[in-house]
Design a protein around this ligand. Structure first.
Ligand code: HEM
Length: 455
């Protein structure tokens, strides 16, 4: 993990009290077993112990923020950086691209990618999104059972790879990427939670499979870069920006950094959209009345012509469905930060180097912020009702300098996919489906199978 700089301690912080210890710890194990056994339930009840609480994870103390206001203070303060045990594992596996770097390097890398994600860049991606959305909708067959997680993940990879790296529509590279990333994400979470380095070097089949997929992912990134260099083309896209980026000395960045940046776009840009799409389809299966309204809206706004970027702003209910799914089942359910220096948060002392966690899932389901907090109610995002939502109580893309650069991109992608799928199909649960949330790198149902019935 790259360190921003040594920041001076915040004056007076050492005299402040430590936050209260959350109840329910077990001698020796602390709260770790609860976090592993029922992470969502455990993180959600922490608010009953205070806005900022201490947790014991084995011998380690971790600080948990539980109120929207303090989440805002944490995310917008220069006293914290990306860090902590989860990120250290990511750093080793994925390198030092924009998602894992800190300080000056992060600012520089972020400036390079930012133009490709600006709102005015999104219309340039809608055609690819619409093509992939149509293909996704056509893969369903009447009455057939469909493994939604696999297919949602696949479209997430394809759209990101095609939009940002200009991989062609029929490229088998997108398929190989999708397979490699699926395996890498599966194994990475275990490595983040249980970071026993030597254990993962044991020659078990699952470890070999993970190592092979990770090597394939890095090889594919190199192939994409080599192909672009060999073509001598410089289209106005993110890959060109990455290849031409300059470092602090004005020199073109080295090959390793270009590689790490490609990985840093592909990894956060695929599993998140995939998992969110899975939840949206699950929620629309549970709430067919919202699927019907969404379908009618698409018929009225778009009809039978190809969807355009301009249509998206008129798809109000579609956007509200996506926003409400992001609230109630956020793909990114836990985030961490690390204190750069001794500091103050919510009137308490935070020591230098402390790990801090918060859960968007818990914050976005807080009954103090939302009426009928556990209910899926897309209409709560009508402007006359959403104005009452407290600041930072709804930040599925985070805020501050690490805010997801792809918020507009993801909202457009999800709306375009729904506009292609929902007017064609209704969904039912076949036997074997298990919608219990599984908190891995992202939050997903354990196994979402759906049967499609033509509308
Ligand atoms: C529904 C979809 C998505 C959700 C919910 C989501 C959520 C997030 C969140 C919460 C963060 C902030 C992490 C933190 O504060 O520590 C983040 C960062 C990031 N996301 Fe996304 N994301 C999504 C889609 C994407 C896509 C499609 C891409 C790229 C194509 C992407 C690229 C990134 C990158 C590069 C970062 C790191 C930014 C930085 O550290 O400066 N995300 N995302």
């Amino acid at each position: 993990m790259t360190v921003e700089s040594v920041r001076p301690p915040v004056s007076g912080a050492s005299r402040l009290p430590a936050p209260p210890l959350a109840g329910g710890g077990v001698p020796g194990l602390g709260h770790g077993w609860k976090l592993v056994r029922d992470p969502l339930g455990f993180l959600s009840q922490l608010r009953d112990h205070g806005d900022l609480v201490r947790l014991k994870l084995g011998p380690k103390t971790v600080y948990a923020v539980t109120s929207p206001g303090l989440v805002g203070s944490l995310l917008t303060s220069p006293d914290y950086q990306i860090g902590g045990p989860l990120w250290e594992t990511l750093d080793v596996l994925l390198g030092k691209g924009v998602a894992t770097s800190n300080g000056a390097r992060h600012r520089r890398q972020r400036q390079v990618i930012q133009p490709s994600f600006r709102l005015d860049a999104i219309p340039g991606y809608t055609q690819v999104m619409a093509e992939e959305a149509r293909a996704f909708a056509e893969r369903w067959k009447p009455g057939e059972t469909f493994d939604v997680t696999r297919e949602a993940f696949r479209i997430g990879v394809r759209v990101t790879a095609r939009c940002f790296l200009r991989i062609g529509p029929i490229d088998d590279l997108a398929e190989r990427l999708s397979a490699a990333l699926t395996t890498v994400f599966g194994g990475m979470y275990r490595r983040m939670i249980l970071s026993f380095g030597p254990f993962y070097r044991l020659p078990l089949p699952s470890h070999r499979e993970f190592d092979r997929a990770l090597a394939e992912l890095h090889r594919l990134a190199d192939e994409v870069i080599a192909e672009r260099r060999a073509s001598k083309e410089k289209p106005d896209d993110l890959l060109t920006a990455l290849l031409e980026a300059k470092d602090e000395n004005g020199e073109t960045v080295n090959e390793q950094e270009v590689h790490d940046q490609v990985i840093a776009i592909l990894t956060p840009g695929t599993e998140t959209v995939g998992s969110q799409l899975v939840w949206i389809l699950q929620l629309l299966t549970e709430h067919p009345e919202h699927a019907d309204r969404l379908s009618e809206e698409v018929q009225t706004v778009v009809g039978d012509r190809p969807i355009t970027f301009g249509d998206l702003r008129n798809l109000t209910h579609t956007n509200n469905v996506i926003t409400e799914a992001l609230r109630i089942q956020p793909a990114v359910w836990i985030l961490t930060r690390q204190a750069l220096a001794e500091t103050e948060l919510g009137g308490y002392r935070i020591p230098a180097g402390a790990d801090i966690i918060y859960s968007p899932f818990a914050i976005q389901r807080d009954p103090r912020s939302y009426e009928r907090h556990a209910e899926f109610d897309p209409d709560r995002w009508h402007p006359d009702r959403s104005k009452d939502v407290p600041k930072y109580a709804m930040s599925p893309f985070s805020v501050g300098n690490r805010k997801c650069p792809a918020d507009h991109f993801s909202m457009a992608e999800l709306a375009i996919i729904l506009a292609a799928v929902v007017p064609k199909w209704r969904f039912e649960y076949p036997p074997g489906t298990d919608i219990t949330p599984h908190a891995g790198i992202t939050l997903r149902p354990r196994r979402l199978l759906l049967r499609a019935v033509p509308r």
